[in-house]
Design a protein around this ligand. Sequence first.
Ligand code: NAP
Length: 243
Amino acid sequence: MSKVIIVTGASRGIGRNIAYNLAVNGYTVIANYNNSEIEAIKLQNELKEQGIEIDIFKGNVSKSQEARKLINYTIEKYGRIDVLINNAGIAQEKLFTDITEEDFDKMMKTNLYSVFYTTQEAVKYMLRDHNGSIINISSIYALTGGACEVHYSMAKAGIDGMTKSLAKELGPSNIRVNSIAPGAIDTDMNKGLSEEDWKEVIKETPLGRKGYPIDITRCVKWLVEDEFTTGQVISPNGGLVII
Ligand code: NAP
Protein backbone atom coordinates (compact mmCIF):
# COMPACT_ATOMS: atom_id res chain seq x y z
CA MET A 1 0.00 0.00 0.00
CA SER A 2 1.16 3.57 -0.72
CA LYS A 3 1.89 5.91 2.18
CA VAL A 4 -1.14 6.47 4.41
CA ILE A 5 -1.65 10.21 4.92
CA ILE A 6 -4.19 12.05 7.07
CA VAL A 7 -5.01 15.66 6.20
CA THR A 8 -7.10 17.57 8.75
CA GLY A 9 -9.37 20.36 7.49
CA ALA A 10 -9.34 19.04 3.94
CA SER A 11 -12.76 20.18 2.75
CA ARG A 12 -11.63 23.65 1.64
CA GLY A 13 -8.61 25.83 0.88
CA ILE A 14 -5.07 24.62 1.49
CA GLY A 15 -6.09 21.28 3.05
CA ARG A 16 -8.31 20.41 0.11
CA ASN A 17 -5.52 21.17 -2.35
CA ILE A 18 -3.06 19.05 -0.36
CA ALA A 19 -5.49 16.12 -0.11
CA TYR A 20 -6.46 16.31 -3.79
CA ASN A 21 -2.89 16.40 -5.06
CA LEU A 22 -1.60 13.68 -2.74
CA ALA A 23 -4.46 11.40 -3.85
CA VAL A 24 -3.73 12.15 -7.53
CA ASN A 25 -0.11 11.24 -6.83
CA GLY A 26 -1.11 7.79 -5.62
CA TYR A 27 -1.04 8.23 -1.84
CA THR A 28 -3.75 6.79 0.40
CA VAL A 29 -5.43 9.89 1.76
CA ILE A 30 -7.89 10.32 4.61
CA ALA A 31 -9.40 13.79 4.24
CA ASN A 32 -10.91 15.13 7.44
CA TYR A 33 -13.60 17.81 7.47
CA ASN A 34 -15.96 19.31 10.01
CA ASN A 35 -18.81 21.51 8.72
CA SER A 36 -18.33 21.41 4.96
CA GLU A 37 -19.79 17.99 4.14
CA ILE A 38 -20.94 19.02 0.65
CA GLU A 39 -17.42 20.23 -0.24
CA ALA A 40 -15.87 17.03 1.13
CA ILE A 41 -18.21 14.84 -0.93
CA LYS A 42 -17.47 17.02 -3.98
CA LEU A 43 -13.75 16.41 -3.47
CA GLN A 44 -14.38 12.67 -3.28
CA ASN A 45 -16.56 12.68 -6.41
CA GLU A 46 -14.13 14.81 -8.41
CA LEU A 47 -11.41 12.25 -7.75
CA LYS A 48 -13.74 9.31 -8.36
CA GLU A 49 -14.41 10.64 -11.87
CA GLN A 50 -10.68 10.17 -12.51
CA GLY A 51 -10.71 6.68 -10.99
CA ILE A 52 -8.99 7.86 -7.79
CA GLU A 53 -10.13 6.93 -4.28
CA ILE A 54 -10.04 9.28 -1.29
CA ASP A 55 -11.43 8.58 2.15
CA ILE A 56 -13.37 11.38 3.84
CA PHE A 57 -13.93 11.51 7.60
CA LYS A 58 -16.11 13.95 9.52
CA GLY A 59 -14.73 15.10 12.84
CA ASN A 60 -14.21 18.26 14.83
CA VAL A 61 -10.51 18.05 15.68
CA SER A 62 -10.83 20.76 18.34
CA LYS A 63 -12.56 18.08 20.43
CA SER A 64 -10.19 15.53 21.89
CA GLN A 65 -12.51 12.55 21.39
CA GLU A 66 -13.24 13.36 17.74
CA ALA A 67 -9.58 14.04 16.94
CA ARG A 68 -8.57 10.71 18.45
CA LYS A 69 -11.40 8.99 16.57
CA LEU A 70 -9.92 10.20 13.26
CA ILE A 71 -6.61 8.55 14.12
CA ASN A 72 -8.20 5.33 15.33
CA TYR A 73 -10.46 5.10 12.29
CA THR A 74 -7.34 5.30 10.11
CA ILE A 75 -5.50 2.65 12.11
CA GLU A 76 -8.47 0.27 12.07
CA LYS A 77 -8.92 0.66 8.31
CA TYR A 78 -5.33 0.97 7.05
CA GLY A 79 -3.17 -0.36 9.90
CA ARG A 80 -0.72 2.53 10.05
CA ILE A 81 -0.17 6.27 9.60
CA ASP A 82 2.85 7.36 7.59
CA VAL A 83 2.13 11.08 7.53
CA LEU A 84 -0.14 13.27 9.65
CA ILE A 85 -0.81 16.72 8.22
CA ASN A 86 -2.29 19.04 10.84
CA ASN A 87 -3.88 21.71 8.66
CA ALA A 88 -7.33 22.48 10.17
CA GLY A 89 -7.56 26.01 11.41
CA ILE A 90 -9.60 29.15 11.86
CA ALA A 91 -8.71 32.84 11.85
CA GLN A 92 -10.23 35.82 13.60
CA GLU A 93 -9.32 39.48 13.33
CA LYS A 94 -9.95 41.42 16.54
CA LEU A 95 -8.27 44.01 18.70
CA PHE A 96 -6.49 42.29 21.59
CA THR A 97 -8.75 44.07 24.10
CA ASP A 98 -11.88 42.80 22.30
CA ILE A 99 -10.94 39.11 22.31
CA THR A 100 -13.36 37.33 24.63
CA GLU A 101 -12.50 34.26 26.68
CA GLU A 102 -14.79 32.34 24.34
CA ASP A 103 -12.88 33.59 21.26
CA PHE A 104 -9.58 32.69 22.89
CA ASP A 105 -10.79 29.26 23.92
CA LYS A 106 -12.09 28.45 20.43
CA MET A 107 -8.88 29.66 18.78
CA MET A 108 -6.64 27.62 21.08
CA LYS A 109 -8.78 24.49 20.82
CA THR A 110 -9.08 24.63 17.04
CA ASN A 111 -5.59 25.78 16.06
CA LEU A 112 -3.39 24.38 18.83
CA TYR A 113 -5.05 21.76 21.04
CA SER A 114 -6.26 19.90 17.94
CA VAL A 115 -2.64 19.44 16.89
CA PHE A 116 -1.80 18.03 20.33
CA TYR A 117 -4.77 15.64 20.25
CA THR A 118 -4.22 14.18 16.76
CA THR A 119 -0.45 14.04 17.12
CA GLN A 120 -0.45 12.38 20.54
CA GLU A 121 -2.76 9.64 19.31
CA ALA A 122 -0.93 9.15 15.99
CA VAL A 123 2.51 9.05 17.60
CA LYS A 124 1.54 5.89 19.54
CA TYR A 125 1.38 4.02 16.23
CA MET A 126 4.36 5.82 14.68
CA LEU A 127 6.46 4.73 17.69
CA ARG A 128 5.20 1.17 17.25
CA ASP A 129 6.27 1.27 13.58
CA HIS A 130 9.50 3.24 14.15
CA ASN A 131 8.36 5.44 11.27
CA GLY A 132 6.37 8.60 10.72
CA SER A 133 6.21 12.20 9.63
CA ILE A 134 4.16 15.01 11.11
CA ILE A 135 3.60 18.17 9.10
CA ASN A 136 2.01 21.06 10.97
CA ILE A 137 0.56 24.00 9.08
CA SER A 138 1.60 27.04 11.05
CA SER A 139 1.73 30.66 9.76
CA ILE A 140 4.15 33.51 9.12
CA TYR A 141 2.41 35.18 12.07
CA ALA A 142 4.13 32.67 14.35
CA LEU A 143 7.41 34.14 13.09
CA THR A 144 6.54 37.83 12.85
CA GLY A 145 3.49 38.31 15.07
CA GLY A 146 0.26 39.68 13.66
CA ALA A 147 -1.52 42.79 14.92
CA CYS A 148 -5.22 42.15 15.62
CA GLU A 149 -4.53 38.41 15.43
CA VAL A 150 -2.74 37.92 18.74
CA HIS A 151 -4.61 34.76 19.72
CA TYR A 152 -4.10 33.28 16.23
CA SER A 153 -0.39 34.12 16.35
CA MET A 154 -0.10 32.62 19.86
CA ALA A 155 -1.65 29.35 18.70
CA LYS A 156 0.61 29.14 15.63
CA ALA A 157 3.73 29.96 17.70
CA GLY A 158 2.64 27.14 20.02
CA ILE A 159 2.58 24.77 17.05
CA ASP A 160 6.14 25.72 16.11
CA GLY A 161 7.27 25.19 19.71
CA MET A 162 5.72 21.76 19.63
CA THR A 163 7.34 21.01 16.26
CA LYS A 164 10.84 21.75 17.53
CA SER A 165 10.45 19.97 20.87
CA LEU A 166 8.80 16.89 19.44
CA ALA A 167 11.39 16.65 16.66
CA LYS A 168 14.06 16.31 19.34
CA GLU A 169 12.06 13.78 21.34
CA LEU A 170 10.99 11.63 18.41
CA GLY A 171 14.01 11.84 16.10
CA PRO A 172 15.63 8.76 17.65
CA SER A 173 12.40 6.86 16.85
CA ASN A 174 12.63 7.81 13.17
CA ILE A 175 9.69 10.22 13.38
CA ARG A 176 10.12 13.62 11.72
CA VAL A 177 8.19 16.71 12.78
CA ASN A 178 8.12 19.92 10.74
CA SER A 179 6.06 23.07 10.36
CA ILE A 180 5.08 24.82 7.18
CA ALA A 181 4.38 28.51 7.79
CA PRO A 182 2.47 29.90 4.79
CA GLY A 183 2.41 33.55 3.84
CA ALA A 184 -0.77 35.15 2.48
CA ILE A 185 -2.63 32.47 0.53
CA ASP A 186 -5.76 33.05 -1.53
CA THR A 187 -8.41 30.99 0.32
CA ASP A 188 -11.70 31.60 2.13
CA MET A 189 -9.64 32.48 5.21
CA ASN A 190 -8.59 35.69 3.45
CA LYS A 191 -11.92 36.51 1.84
CA GLY A 192 -12.03 39.65 4.01
CA LEU A 193 -9.09 41.10 2.08
CA SER A 194 -10.11 43.65 -0.56
CA GLU A 195 -8.42 43.98 -3.95
CA GLU A 196 -6.54 46.95 -2.51
CA ASP A 197 -5.34 44.89 0.47
CA TRP A 198 -4.04 42.19 -1.89
CA LYS A 199 -2.26 44.84 -3.97
CA GLU A 200 -0.48 46.00 -0.81
CA VAL A 201 0.54 42.44 0.08
CA ILE A 202 1.80 41.83 -3.45
CA LYS A 203 3.80 45.08 -3.39
CA GLU A 204 5.56 43.89 -0.23
CA THR A 205 6.26 40.45 -1.70
CA PRO A 206 9.60 40.08 -3.55
CA LEU A 207 8.17 37.41 -5.86
CA GLY A 208 5.42 39.87 -6.77
CA ARG A 209 2.33 37.73 -6.47
CA LYS A 210 -0.08 36.28 -3.94
CA GLY A 211 0.20 32.69 -2.71
CA TYR A 212 -2.11 29.88 -3.80
CA PRO A 213 -2.87 26.60 -2.03
CA ILE A 214 -0.71 24.73 -4.57
CA ASP A 215 2.33 26.69 -3.29
CA ILE A 216 1.83 25.01 0.08
CA THR A 217 1.03 21.63 -1.45
CA ARG A 218 4.38 21.61 -3.31
CA CYS A 219 6.19 22.08 -0.02
CA VAL A 220 4.08 19.35 1.63
CA LYS A 221 4.82 16.92 -1.21
CA TRP A 222 8.52 17.46 -0.77
CA LEU A 223 8.32 16.90 3.01
CA VAL A 224 6.22 13.76 2.53
CA GLU A 225 9.15 12.11 0.74
CA ASP A 226 12.05 13.82 2.52
CA GLU A 227 13.95 11.74 5.10
CA PHE A 228 16.49 14.13 6.65
CA THR A 229 14.53 17.22 7.65
CA THR A 230 13.12 17.56 11.15
CA GLY A 231 12.32 20.32 13.64
CA GLN A 232 12.19 22.96 10.90
CA VAL A 233 9.77 25.78 10.20
CA ILE A 234 9.65 26.20 6.43
CA SER A 235 7.90 29.28 5.14
CA PRO A 236 6.59 29.43 1.55
CA ASN A 237 5.72 33.12 1.46
CA GLY A 238 7.13 34.62 -1.75
CA GLY A 239 9.79 36.41 0.27
CA LEU A 240 7.23 38.49 2.21
CA VAL A 241 9.03 37.39 5.37
CA ILE A 242 12.76 36.67 5.25
CA ILE A 243 14.39 35.74 8.54
P1 NAP B 1 -9.93 27.80 5.01
O1 NAP B 1 -10.01 27.96 3.54
O2 NAP B 1 -10.78 28.64 5.89
O3 NAP B 1 -10.18 26.25 5.35
C1 NAP B 1 -10.11 25.82 6.67
C2 NAP B 1 -10.29 24.32 6.71
O4 NAP B 1 -10.13 23.92 8.08
C3 NAP B 1 -11.68 23.86 6.27
O5 NAP B 1 -11.56 22.69 5.50
C4 NAP B 1 -12.38 23.58 7.60
O6 NAP B 1 -13.31 22.51 7.51
C5 NAP B 1 -11.23 23.12 8.45
N1 NAP B 1 -11.54 23.23 9.89
C6 NAP B 1 -11.72 24.35 10.62
N2 NAP B 1 -12.01 24.03 11.90
C7 NAP B 1 -12.02 22.66 11.95
C8 NAP B 1 -12.25 21.72 12.99
N3 NAP B 1 -12.54 22.11 14.24
N4 NAP B 1 -12.17 20.40 12.69
C9 NAP B 1 -11.87 19.97 11.44
N5 NAP B 1 -11.65 20.82 10.41
C10 NAP B 1 -11.72 22.15 10.68
O7 NAP B 1 -8.44 28.05 5.52
P2 NAP B 1 -7.03 27.86 4.77
O8 NAP B 1 -6.57 29.18 4.33
O9 NAP B 1 -7.09 26.73 3.84
O10 NAP B 1 -6.13 27.46 6.04
C11 NAP B 1 -5.61 26.17 6.24
C12 NAP B 1 -4.49 26.26 7.29
O11 NAP B 1 -3.46 27.13 6.82
C13 NAP B 1 -4.96 26.85 8.62
O12 NAP B 1 -4.33 26.18 9.69
C14 NAP B 1 -4.48 28.28 8.54
O13 NAP B 1 -4.28 28.86 9.80
C15 NAP B 1 -3.18 28.11 7.78
N6 NAP B 1 -2.72 29.35 7.12
C16 NAP B 1 -3.47 29.93 6.14
C17 NAP B 1 -2.98 31.10 5.55
C18 NAP B 1 -3.75 31.83 4.47
O14 NAP B 1 -3.31 32.93 4.07
N7 NAP B 1 -4.84 31.31 3.95
C19 NAP B 1 -1.77 31.65 5.97
C20 NAP B 1 -1.06 31.01 6.97
C21 NAP B 1 -1.54 29.86 7.53
P3 NAP B 1 -14.94 22.67 7.49
O15 NAP B 1 -15.24 23.81 6.56
O16 NAP B 1 -15.38 21.33 7.00
O17 NAP B 1 -15.36 22.93 8.91
